[in-house]
Design a protein around this ligand. Structure first.
Ligand code: UN1
Length: 514
């Protein structure tokens, strides 16, 4: 395994860097005493950077109240004017791109290029939302009655709670927030406990954008908290939409609680993404796509490629090339330019990976590469690990489970039907892809009886979606859609208007009365 940066930075220097970056974004570094409720660590060393105060129940209550009160004025602010706030936010995110990317690397351990990509994703969604602010289109329908007009209108929905995960600490927040704000909603954000600093920085930039554009500061509320904070938001009837990213287990708890109060949910839960590799695939391209999707972000994307379903005629050749590519993957300090794989987020993630690898091998899987811890001597608290490839005899329970770590299970198929069946035979349904040069196969993969996922790609990996499309998945992934296309509609309520401009009162369906 290549080690691009034998010396990891120390936690003190990372703490100083984090404070500087926060300062530049206009945020107060939450340095304080040596006690507090949230412990902010960097996965680069596993060391503690800051203690942060955890919001208590009263603070959460105050945040929802403020967001709710602000909503009553914000919803009647013309949408293009609301767009100005998001336009300014996009400008500030562009100006502080490097600082924010550094914070993403510090907190989430993403390599520099991916951290910059994540910030770019925020800027892109701001662009999209600004355009949307003049395009929140409703439809007109022909009325069956003379002298009547039938139309639908989209109104702001209310307070949106955004509960985000550590792996995309800011992009997923921006998908929700940029769109919700132009839709006339206000936002309460509960970021992951593991990534509070990027949240503090983004909140400060949004506050500045609000001040610069004359928008009310109350449109965005940040609550740093734990599970109880999330639960309070989930149960608050003033929260019209809970947009939550996280595990299937979390979604199973959130969905019925929000449904019980007739609130709305947007869930982006686990994925167990597969790629079918057909005999006609361009293997050079496939190897690159597979390695990026499977080992990139240290396997910690919802869209990470976890299952390779490869035709038996090319399996040995392809797997051999992937294993060789894995051996050349530089694992280490995510700030180092040569690194391609940073650390896992914490020890728990590593334990889950080790357990899954044991289980897979107990099921008859053959570990072809990876799994070993790296850089332990330098940073005993950090969790660097070599991405793993396991050849499986069958799609056993562990393969059907999402383990948030870089494990690629390899399965083989003989017929195309078998490949699709294997592909769809998992509880989750987020992202999928096929590598093939056969157009028929590609189209069959995308057809109604092909991939059952919310995202289906041809000749690219499963991760790295653009913001222009709707993002989300089916089955245990939760069914939500965020980001582009018409995902904005979930942030608004639809009103159907029927206007009678005649002097008669014809009833629909030809009913006679009075
Ligand atoms: C996630 O992992 O929660 O498609 C989001 C991608 C990114 C977003 C991932 N644009 O991989």
């Amino acid at each position: 395994m290549t080690d691009p940066h034998p010396t990891l930075p120390d936690t003190d220097s990372l703490r100083v860097l984090a404070a500087q970056r926060l300062n530049r974004c206009g945020a107060q570094p939450p340095i304080g005493g040596d006690s507090g409720d949230l412990v902010c660590r960097t996965p680069i060393t596993g060391g503690r950077m800051f203690f942060l105060p955890c919001a208590g129940a009263e603070q959460v209550e105050a945040a929802v109240s403020a967001a709710h009160a602000t909503f009553t004025g914000w919803r009647t602010t013309p949408a293009p004017q609301r767009g100005r706030l998001v336009k300014r936010l996009g400008e500030l995110l562009t100006e502080y791109r490097e600082d924010l990317a550094d914070l993403v690397t510090l907190e989430a351990g993403k390599i520099r290029s991916e951290a910059l990509g994540e910030v770019q994703e925020m800027i892109d969604i701001c662009d999209l939302a600004v355009g949307l602010s003049r395009q929140l289109y409703g439809r007109t329908m022909p009325s069956e009655r003379p002298g009547h007009r039938l139309a639908e209108y989209w109104h702001p929905l209310g307070v949106v709670a955004v509960v985000s995960a550590f792996n995309f600490p800011v992009a997923v927040w921006a998908w929700n927030t940029a769109v919700a704000l132009v839709c006339g909603d206000t936002v309460v954000w509960k970021p992951s406990e593991l990534t509070p600093l990027t949240a503090v920085a983004c909140d400060a930039l949004l506050a500045r954008a609000a001040a610069d554009t004359g928008a009310p500061s109350g449109v965005h509320q940040l609550v740093l908290g734990d599970r109880a904070t999330g639960e309070q938001l989930v149960d608050d009837a003033r929260v019209a939409l809970v947009s939550a990213t996280g595990s299937v287990r979390m979604g199973r708890e959130v969905a019925p609680r929000v449904a019980a109060r007739f609130g709305r949910c947007l869930l982006e839960l686990g994925g167990n993404n597969g790629a079918v590799v057909a005999p006609s695939a361009d293997l050079d391209l496939a190897v690159r796509g597979i390695v990026f999707s499977a080992a990139g972000t240290a396997g910690q994307r919802c869209t990470t490629l976890r299952r390779l379903i490869v035709h038996e005629d090319i399996a040995d050749r392809l797997v051999d090339r992937i294993v060789r590519a894995y051996h050349r993957l530089p694992v280490g300090d995510p700030f180092a330019a040569a690194t391609l794989v940073g650390p896992l987020i914490n020890a728990r993630a590593h334990e889950a990976m080790a357990k899954a690898l044991d289980r897979a091998q107990a099921d008859g899987g053959k570990l072809l590469t990876g799994g070993e811890p790296l850089l332990r001597d330098q940073a005993p608290q950090a969790r660097y690990v070599a991405p793993a490839v396991v050849r499986m005899p069958a799609q056993t329970a562990i393969v059907r489970t999402e383990t948030f770590a870089p494990i690629l299970y390899v399965l083989t198929y003989r017929t195309f039907e078998e490949a699709i069946a294997l592909h769809n035979d998992v509880p989750q349904g987020l992202s999928s892809s096929i590598f093939t040069s056969d157009q028929r196969e590609a189209e069959r993969f995308l057809a109604a009886d092909g991939s059952d996922c919310g995202i289906a790609n041809v000749n690219i990996g499963t991760s790295g979606a653009e913001i222009g499309g709707a993002f989300g998945g089916e089955k245990a992934t939760g069914g939500g859609r965020e980001s582009g296309s018409d995902a904005w509609r979930v942030y608004m309520r639809r009103a159907t208007h029927t206007v009678n401009y005649s002097a008669e009162l014809p009833l629909a369906q030809g009913v006679d009365f009075l």
